[in-house]
Design a protein around this ligand. Structure first.
Ligand code: OAD
Length: 256
């Protein structure tokens, strides 16, 4: 199919869909200035520059809490400085303007979908700014001040309840996903009329298994990604465009 006919098919699927699920990954936030994890077109991803085993595991935090906390605090600062782009706004508009249920199941730990106005956002890898105690799990509400530099060591705050170290509320390698959030995502996919798969390399499971859940339930999947991924073969429509452009075009076409 040509690009124009792929867009036409995607628009027609979206017009007929009452329940839409958006599965988003780091490419969704890229145009807001938040780095992806894996490289694209020669642009290095976070995991090309930093070793995830020294930054994104519970063991790393136990071994070097100041290094890990400093890095996540820097990422919190990057997120605060970023703003949702047209693609995030298009998804929110699909929900607010028209008779559609839209669920966003995101691997992103930033809050850009939420800030754009999407009301049902399932953060399957947690959220950067949901701080909690590493030891007792109590939430930590105190304000934190991000450094400008990603490699600054910063001592983590102490938990007000038990004195333990405070960590970001995200899922690190080796940790399990929040079970209720993930199963709500799975259920949304199974019951959807259409899945939009946006900006994920499709290599990190179990999130990367959700398009197969859609496929098994007979739900069409539209991939929005400038690059081919291991999931492309199971998608019904491939939009090889940046998220902002593709989502804006789809939303404009179906919102009266
Ligand atoms: P990746 O960094 O692995 O992949 C980003 C994807 O976005 C690639 O397929 C790019 O081609 C695509 N992309 C880049 N710019 C885009 C744009 N403007 N529009 C659309 N797509 C674009 O990110 P994820 O798949 O999200 O896990 O990574 C999955 C998980 O790996 C993350 O959630 C994180 C990481 O380790 C945890 O932190 C637990």
């Amino acid at each position: 199919m040509s690009d124009a006919s792929e867009v036409r098919v995607a628009v027609s699927l979206l017009e007929q869909a009452r329940r839409v699920v958006v599965l988003s990954g780091a490419g969704m936030s890229a145009e807001s200035g938040i780095a992806t994890f894996r490289s694209r077109d020669g642009v290095a991803g976070l995991w090309d520059q930093y070793d995830p085993m020294t930054l994104a595991t519970a063991q790393a935090f136990s071994d070097e809490p100041e290094l890990v906390w400093g890095w996540y605090l820097w990422r919190i600062g990057t997120m605060r400085a970023a703003a949702p782009h047209d693609g995030h706004h298009a998804i929110a508009a699909l929900e607010s303007r028209g008779n559609r249920d839209v669920t966003v199941v995101t691997q992103n730990v930033d809050d850009l979908h939420d800030r754009a106005g999407s009301t049902r956002v399932l953060h399957v890898h947690g959220q950067l700014n949901a701080l909690r105690c590493f030891d007792c799990g109590a939430t930590h509400e105190d304000a934190v001040e991000p450094p400008a530099d990603p490699v600054r060591r910063v001592p983590p705050p102490r938990c007000r309840r038990c004195g333990g170290l405070v960590r970001p509320g995200i899922v690190w390698f080796g940790e399990t996903l929040p079970a209720e959030v993930f199963s709500a995502g799975q259920e949304a996919v199974e019951n959807a009329d259409l899945v939009l798969l946006v900006g994920t390399s499709g290599v990190v499971y179990p999130a990367a298994g959700l398009p197969a859940v859609a496929r098994a339930a007979g739900v069409p999947v539209v991939e929005i990604n400038p690059e081919e991924t291991p999931l492309s073969d199971m998608c019904d429509v491939l939009l090889r465009r940046p998220a902002s452009e593709a989502l804006r075009e789809l939303a404009t076409a179906v919102i009266a």
